[in-house]
Design a protein around this ligand. Structure first.
Ligand code: IPM
Ligand code: MN
Length: 357
């Protein structure tokens, strides 16, 4: 658990609904948090921020220049919906805000659990719900996302484009240690590190060396390595073999989408962008889904589970568990949106959850 010292005042949470369905699903997550404030007396103060496409189109602001300092000094956590809007084809606002916060606050852990809540939602045949229950730890500040690169002779037949895969000893080591520590804390016995060191010996050779050193300190945990192509195959063939997966930024991005489908769909998947002990950010894995936006049809459970991860991070583990249990019930009883085979609207799912709290 992070140590922020004794809580002296309400914990301030920044809420960034963002674009598209981000706005609708965040509204439901906020409803859940407001309900918990009422029924459990959680000391939360939610502060809405209007950053996203609309704001960018209005005054050109993406991530305001003082944003990072404001988060560090005034907030405990950030809850974000989704970013992306067809009116901003470059997606510059999304990159500035989302990737800007991840890198700027040094949120080096992207935690994405994949747990199948109801066997009927798994696209693989004959799986039980306990067959899909693993935790992905995605490095969240470097790799292919470091932004190091450029284009040469753009728009000509000789055009060259380069984007480096940046891996630092410190960056790799700390995500590996975080994943091993998580496994130990949760009593999990198996961890897989995944890279592509057979094709990228420089960039991913570093992962191999750091892994060899870190795993030596965790003799109680069975650790192994899989190249990312083999891991993708094994995840589909037999997901029950996995408990903890740790990998780089890009592979973690791809694998967590795959994992979300194994666990019932991307509408259910939450994630946490963490720097233990510091202000951290929580979001559903899904995007802004412009085609679905404004129809009150999007699944809010990913955002609600992201709020639950946030509560857990803040030390409100009982409240977090309550939310989780209510979501599990909603899925099992089909109090759900159409992506899960239900007939509920976005806001009806939120109301249903709040009534159970
Ligand atoms: C995610 C998203 C982002 C990422 C995009 C929007 C830049 O896909 O959070 O998984 O690639 O990290
Ligand atoms: Mn993604």
């Amino acid at each position: 658990m992070p140590d922020f010292g004794p809580p002296t005042k309400a914990e301030r949470i920044a809420v960034i609904p963002g674009d598209g369905i981000g706005i609708e699903v965040t509204r439901e997550a906020v409803k859940v948090l407001e309900t918990l404030k009422r029924v459990c007396g959680l000391p939360l103060e939610l502060v809405a921020l209007d950053w996203g496409a609309e704001r960018y189109l209005k005054d050109g602001v993406t991530l305001p220049p003082d944003a990072l300092e404001m988060f560090r000094s005034e907030f405990r956590a950030i809850l974000i919906g989704a970013l992306g809007d067809p009116r901003v084809p470059s997606n510059v606002h999304a990159a500035d805000i989302l990737l800007g916060i991840r890198a700027g606050l040094d949120l080096y852990v992207n935690y994405r659990p994949a747990r199948l809540l109801d066997a009927r939602l798994c696209p693989l045949k004959d799986r039980r719900s306990e067959d899909v229950n693993f935790h992905i730890f995605r490095e969240n500040t470097e790799g292919a996302y470091a932004g190091l690169g450029g284009v040469f002779k753009p728009g000509t037949p000789d055009e060259v484009a380069v984007q480096e895969d940046v891996n630092t000893r410190k960056g790799v080591e700390r995500i590996l240690i975080h994943a091993f520590e998580f496994a130990r804390r949760r009593g999990l016995k198996r961890i897989v590190m995944s890279d592509k060191s057979n094709a990228m010996p420089y960039a991913h050779g570093l992962w191999q060396r750091a892994f060899a050193e870190v795993r030596a300190h965790y003799a109680d945990i069975e650790s192994r390595h899989l190249f990312v192509d083999a891991l993708a195959m094994e995840l589909v063939r037999d997901p029950s073999q996995f408990q903890v997966i740790v990998t780089n930024n890009l592979f973690g991005d791809i694998l967590s989408d795959l994992a979300s489908q194994l666990a019932g769909g991307i509408g259910l998947a939450p994630s946490a962008n963490l720097h233990p002990g510091r202000v951290s950010m929580f979001e559903p894995v899904h995007g802004s889904a412009p085609a679905l936006a404004g129809k009150n049809l999007a699944n809010p459970l990913g955002a609600i589970l992201a709020a639950s991860l946030m509560l857990d991070f803040l030390g409100h583990s009982d409240a977090a568990r309550r939310v989780e249990l209510a979501v599990e019930r909603a899925v099992r009883e089909n109090a759900a949106t159409s992506d899960l085979g239900g007939a509920f609207s976005t806001s009806e799912v939120g109301d249903w959850i709040c009534e159970r709290l």
